[in-house]
Structure formats: C-alpha cells, structure tokens
Design a protein around this ligand. Structure first.
Ligand SMILES: Cc1cc2nc3c(=O)[nH]c(=O)nc-3n(C[C@H](O)[C@H](O)[C@H](O)COP(=O)(O)O)c2cc1C
Length: 167
C-alpha cells in the first residue's frame, strides 16, 4: 500500500486520474460510500505545474497518440469484477494516460463504470476511446459532471492581480 493506493482485497476498484482535484473528490466519495479499493493513475513523469504548459503537452500527446508510461500499475487487476474509472476531459477526449492505463491492464470481463468531469464542453470522443482501449469490458453509462476549470480560476486571479499594486 502506498500514498496513492489503498488496495485491500475488495472486488471493486476505483481508479482515477486528476490534475486539479475535481475527479479525486468523486473518486474518494465512491471509495468511502462503497468501501472499494482505490488507485490513483499517475504518469511516470508528472505534468508541468503550469496550466498552459500542460495543455500544450497534452495536445501534442493526443495528436501523436502517445501513451505515456505509468508510475505504477494495479496489481492483480483481474481480481476486480467492477472498475470505476475516473478522469477529466482533456482536449475533447480522455487524457493520454487513460489510454496507457487501459492498454496496460486487461479488463476483459470487467464491468467498467466511467466517471468523467469536464469544464463545460462535454465528453468529446472519450467514450469511444474507452470502447477501443478496453476490449471485452462491459462499459456502463458514465457519470458525467461539469466541474471548475483551472483556466477560469487562473483568468480570474490574473485579473485581480492586474488590479492591485505590485508589491
Ligand atoms: C490539459 C487540459 C485540457 C482540458 N480540456 C478540456 C476540454 O477539452 N473540454 C472541457 O470541457 N474541459 C477541459 N478541461 C477542463 C477539465 O476537464 C475540468 O476542469 C476537469 O474537471 C478537471 O478535472 P481534475 O480537477 O480532476 O483534473 C481541460 C483541462 C486541462 C488541464
């Protein structure tokens, strides 16, 4: 067990990727409500702290079809009957690391329950990415939630900072 995983022998797993934390709130809620195992999907190389740099990197990875390496894999993924899979929409699709996650874990025969957050522009083609990268999984209709965009926060804070005297 690590800081990023709580794997206690449940037959249900919540696996999620997050940058700004919106998806983590949902993951934690499912984990506590249902007593599931919990796993944070992390790339081996973290994304930049800077938002715009992350958007730029993610766009390149998407366009090239990159599947960035994972920091860790789920041990014994075959022992789970149900996997709740959570992620934010990035560039109108699932983040590249979600494709890596699905490619690295055999979910044949598993029930996949997606939970997806987006900043107001909807699911894009993320569901077809799940279908193509999780062959043999039974994909249930997703839970979808609009959640705060880091971009909006950034713009508001920059506006505020522009109004105050520089220290
Ligand atoms: C790199 C990047 C790309 C994004 N692209 C989209 C997008 O195409 N459509 C959209 O509605 N929201 C987009 N967003 C907003 C996130 O999907 C939304 O804020 C989400 O709730 C963030 O989840 P998190 O806090 O778990 O990281 C993007 C955010 C980031 C960081």
């Amino acid at each position: 067990e690590t800081a990023h995983a709580s794997l206690g022998g449940s037959t249900t797993l919540v696996a999620y990727f997050t940058r700004s934390g919106n998806t983590r709130v949902i993951a934690g809620t499912i984990h506590r409500a249902l007593g599931t195992d919990l796993f944070e999907i992390r790339p081996a190389q973290s994304y930049p702290e800077d938002y715009e740099a992350t958007v730029e990197q993610a766009r390149g990875e998407r366009d090239r079809g990159d599947e960035p390496s994972l920091a860790e894999r789920v041990p014994n993924v075959g022992s789970y009957e149900t996997v709740f899979l959570g992620f934010p929409i990035w560039g109108e699709t699932a983040p590249p690391v979600i494709r890596s996650f699905l490619s690295a874990h055999d979910l044949q025969g598993t029930t996949l329950r997606p939970f997806i957050t987006h900043g107001g522009y909807g699911l894009g083609n993320s569901l077809s990415v799940l279908a193509s990268h999780a062959p043999g999984a039974r994909i249930e209709p997703p839970f979808v939630m609009e959640a705060d965009q880091e971009r909006r926060t950034l713009n508001q804070v920059r506006g505020w900072l522009g109004e105050i005297e520089r220290p």
